[in-house]
Write a protein that binds this ligand. Structure first.
Ligand SMILES: [Zn+2]
Length: 125
């Protein structure tokens, strides 16, 4: 029987399935900020191991910080490509998914704003 708070719908329920109860959903409430209870491996998001302290860390090429950094760099490159298309230097766009944080550039004013922003990025590094 689940706790009253779960039956009311005020608390999220653990999403884990238990073998002992024929793969039914766990009856415990989910821990804060997670989808499972403490018996099924919940770790507070602030205490979760990240970067070098994570167990699967090897060379650091796929850490969340590194992937975010790569996404930002790809967005800058894609904006440069947009600027060249607006200025008429190139015709075709490179294929692929749009990176997060990418804003389409279609006018000369947007090209100017992007170049000013790029100058700020270069001077801040
Ligand atoms: Zn559970």
């Amino acid at each position: 029987m689940p706790l009253p708070a779960i039956r009311n719908g005020t608390v999220k329920r653990c999403k884990a399935r238990t073998k002992s109860r024929n793969l039914e959903q766990c009856l415990c409430p989910a821990a804060y900020g997670t989808t499972v209870c403490n018996k099924h491996g919940a770790v507070h998001p602030d205490k979760r191991a990240k970067g070098k302290s994570h167990g699967n860390y090897k060379k650091g090429a796929y850490t969340q910080d590194k992937l975010q950094q790569q996404t930002e760099q790809i967005a800058v490159l894609r904006n440069l490509e947009d600027a060249l298309i607006v200025l008429g230097s190139i015709d075709n766009r490179t294929r692929g998914n749009k990176p997060n944080g990418y804003k389409d550039i279609q006018t000369l004013e947007q090209v100017g704003a992007f170049l000013l922003e790029l100058e700020n990025i270069k001077t801040s590094d």
